[in-house]
Design a protein around this ligand. Structure first.
Ligand code: NDP
Length: 459
């Protein structure tokens, strides 16, 4: 038997769900095929549980400074409680996502889908064929695991949320978002944490002050950092995993986690036979409207390798539905995306870094470093960093980089004036809110240093 749809979406993650809902709202007959849980990586084993675990880990710092406010706290942590409560919350969210799909009439099919042609999809389990006027691939990504002997003994972000017991120690490989976030989380929960990274400082591509500030924050929280090194092999050693590093050193760990990037999920989807072209990095090649090389097949989210961020996937899914089912072609602007690293200290950034901005012309850099007020009664010396990068002499704001408490929340709001093309003078016009950390952004007087002709001057 063959069912016919206006749209078959493969993958019920952030991008796929938004596209399906919107298309159905515009009157399309829509099916979503999902082989795992509705909600995708973000809801089930990504952003949402991660943020909950970040909150859990932050109690460590709070207990640390509590005595400076007169509190005496006797604390202990129970991992199974956190895992169970997290599971309850993501189950609730999964149900909400499911209801949001079903309300406008989207059919959810629990199966694995393979594209068999420009307008056909086969359900592997049921063995049934679906006809589709349009197909949307929204299959996201999966963790990349280096090809080393014993790699199967390591875990990834897919498994770490539900470990039956918290390991005594962990070795995390990588220097990106997931590596530093989980180093923070696990160290905060009391796990002896080591991070090994092939480069010379975590978070390549981020502002230098953010990188060095977070590096100091991780060390301060007991995370051991090993640079310019990789894991060469893993081997079982009793209950533990022995890691041999590229420098020949071997050490045992309670667990080893790879946070070495994510790969677009295209394997086994039948894209080659349908004629869908991939990029050099294995993502689905799409145009500004998310259309692939096959006119009836579109793709949104991580599988397209544009920006691996939930809100971007959601926007791409929404604009796909606008374009195809509402006669309102919309292209997502990927040029100004705020992003946060939920490490400790937290990082929020938008726009250009200094080296990037300096290639665009002369720039001014405004920098504030201070102890967050929360820490001033204790002996904690950690500094908060706020940086504004502008065109010279009070011109347009080109970049904003924040390290410290509330950085993510602040950057979301900074994204509004920056999206409107705000200048330094626009920021200055805003009345400061005192006492807050964010007031620094509207009270900068003279630049801390400048770049003229691409060269740094002063500072
Ligand atoms: P990232 O791309 O951020 O980082 C991958 C890290 O692994 C880099 O440090 C990279 O090194 C290193 N690496 C890659 N391949 C190897 C290898 N073969 N051997 C050793 N090291 C290697 O990926 P993540 O896995 O951390 O996260 C995936 C994406 O998910 C992020 O890019 C982000 O877009 C998204 N994400 C966003 C979050 C947020 O918004 N807060 C949170 C978590 C994920 P190098 O720097 O040298 O390339």
């Amino acid at each position: 038997m063959t069912d016919s749809y206006d749209l078959v979406v493969i993958g019920a993650g952030s991008g796929g769900v938004r596209a399906a809902r919107m298309a159905a709202t515009y009157g399309a007959r829509v099916a979503v095929v999902e082989e795992f849980r509705v909600g995708g990586t973000c809801v089930i084993r990504g952003c949402v549980p991660k943020k909950l675990y970040v909150y859990a880990s932050r109690f460590h710092d709070l207990f640390d400074i509590a005595p400076s406010f007169g509190w005496q706290v006797e604390a202990s942590f129970d991992w199974p409680t956190l895992v169970a409560n997290k599971e309850k919350e993501i189950t609730r969210l999964e149900a909400a996502y499911t209801a949001n799909l079903e309300k406008p009439g989207v059919k959810i099919i629990r199966d694995r889908a393979v594209v068999t042609g420009p307008n056909s999809v086969r359900l592997v389990g049921e063995g049934r064929e679906l006809n589709a006027r349009y197909i949307l691939i929204a299959t996201g990504g999966r963790p990349h695991i280096p090809h080393i002997p014993g790699a199967e003994l390591g875990i990834t972000s897919n498994e770490v949320f539900d470990l039956p017991v918290l390991p005594r120690s962990i070795l995390i490989e990588g220097g990106g978002y997931i590596a530093v976030e989980f180093a923070t989380i696990l160290a905060g929960l009391g796990v002896d944490t080591t991070l090994v990274y092939r480069g010379d400082c975590i978070l390549r591509g981020f502002d230098q002050d953010m990188r060095r500030g977070l590096e100091a924050g991780l060390i301060d929280r007991g995370v051991r950092l090993i640079y310019q090194t990789t894991i060469a092999s893993l081997a079982r050693q009793g209950d533990e995993v022995a890691a041999t590093f590229s420098d020949g050193v071997t050490a045992p760990f309670g667990a080893v986690m790879f946070a070495t990037g994510r790969t677009p999920n295209v394997r086994g989807l039948g894209l080659e036979s349908a004629g869908v072209e991939l990029t050099a990095t294995g993502a689905i090649a799409v145009d500004a409207f998310s259309r692939s090389s096959v006119p009836s097949i579109y793709a949104v989210g991580d599988v397209t390798g544009r920006a691996q961020l939930t809100p971007v996937a959601i926007r791409e899914g929404w604009y796909f539905a606008e374009t195809v089912f509402n006669d309102n072609p919309q292209a997502v602007d990927h040029s100004l995306i705020p992003t946060a690293v939920f490490s400790e200290p937290e990082i929020g950034v938008i726009g250009l870094t200094e080296p990037e901005a300096a290639t665009h012309g002369d720039i001014d850099v405004y920098l504030a470093r201070f102890r967050p007020m929360m820490n001033t009664l204790s002996s904690r010396t950690e500094r908060m960093v706020l940086k504004l990068i502008t065109e010279k002499d009070g011109g347009r704001v080109l970049g904003c980089h924040i390290l410290g408490p509330g950085a993510a929340e602040m950057i979301q709001l900074v994204a509004i004036p920056m999206g409107m093309g705000a200048s330094k003078a626009d920021f200055d016009r805003a009345m400061a809110l005192h006492p807050s950390a964010a007031e620094e952004l509207v009270t900068f007087k003279a630049p801390s240093y400048v770049y003229r002709g691409g060269e740094k001057v002063g500072g």
